[in-house]
Write a protein that binds this ligand. Structure first.
Ligand SMILES: NC(=O)c1ccc[n+]([C@@H]2O[C@H](COP(=O)([O-])OP(=O)(O)OC[C@H]3O[C@@H](n4cnc5c(N)ncnc54)[C@H](O)[C@@H]3O)[C@@H](O)[C@H]2O)c1
Length: 250
């Protein structure tokens, strides 16, 4: 069989970068996409093809998938790991922040998936979306991000049903806080000048209390990689939590 090919969005980021490394270690050919070559370069795995592009444009989503398939000759998995965070009181939300976050987290993910479908059908491949615990429950003060991840979790279910007869599986992983550039951005931008305090408050909400820690990106990548395997053939339409029980209840 020809080498399986994965397209990873947000591959210049923490989880996308770790996913790219996991697939490469598993013998897959990796096509990595992110906003710019500068963002992609530091995390590029050996032998990977890099394609820069802005997922907020539907035309760009189509171009990225087209170039990935042209280079790889096939597409077996799409990992949608590009994403943005915002938070703040809902009565102060700026239209541009709403559009930016929904534009990447929902629209970009949706149209990258849409463009990939015919190619995934040929290989009986799969899509793995990055949702969040915030896709399964509300996070106080993060209504815009929750709106975006709730959309990801439910479009995952709808796409899984639609594509099942065509042999394509669609799943989402729902991590709690992962130690990545996004988490650093959150703490620095919204921590009121006390990023450590922000991080501490997040961990205080975990069932483990004093023993709580942030996820590592490679732990999330392992679950993503598992979902792309033939051994996960019975799993589609799932939102799999990897969150130390954060979304299990109170
Ligand atoms: N870090 C966490 O705590 C956490 C928890 C749960 C879910 N997630 C989700 O996992 C995914 C990956 O998060 P991460 O922590 O690796 O974040 P990250 O900030 O490290 O990486 C995200 C990447 O997305 C890229 N991106 C942003 N806008 C883009 C655009 N318009 N076009 C193309 N690429 C764009 C960024 O350049 C960045 O490299 C996101 O969807 C995030 O919401 C993260």
């Amino acid at each position: 069989m020809a080498e399986a090919v994965v397209l990873v969005s947000g591959a210049g980021g923490g989880i996308g970068g770790a996913a790219a490394r996991r697939f490469a270690a598993g013998g897959w050919r990796v096509v990595a996409t992110d906003l710019s070559p500068d963002v992609l370069e530091p995390r590029l795995v050996a032998g990977a093809l890099a394609i820069a592009g802005d997922l907020r444009s539907v035309a760009e989503c189509r171009r990225i998938v087209g170039e990935a398939v042209a280079a790889g000759g096939r597409l077996d998995c799409l990992v949608n790991a590009a994403g943005l965070w915002t938070e703040g009181p809902a009565d102060e939300t700026r239209e541009e922040d709403f559009d930016r976050v929904l534009g990447v987290n929902v629209k970009g993910l949706y149209f990258l998936s849409s463009a990939a479908i015919p190619h995934l059908e040929r290989t009986e491949g799969s899509i793995v979306n990055l949702s969040s615990d915030a896709g399964l429950q509300g996070n106080t003060g993060a209504a815009v991000y929750c709106a975006s991840k709730g959309a990801v979790s439910n479009l995952t279910r709808a796409l899984a049903l639609e594509l099942a007869p065509r042999g394509v599986r669609v799943n989402a992983v729902c991590p709690a806080d992962v130690d990545t550039p996004m988490l650093r951005y959150q703490a620095e931008t919204f921590g009121g000048g006390d990023p450590e305090g922000y991080r501490r408050r997040l961990l205080d909400g975990y069932p483990q209390k004093q023993r709580a820690r942030f996820l590592r990106a490679d732990e999330v990548a392992e679950l993503i990689f598992f979902l792309a395997q033939p051994s996960a053939a019975a799993i589609t339409g799932a939102n799999l939590s990897i969150d130390f029980g954060l979304s299990a209840g109170i």
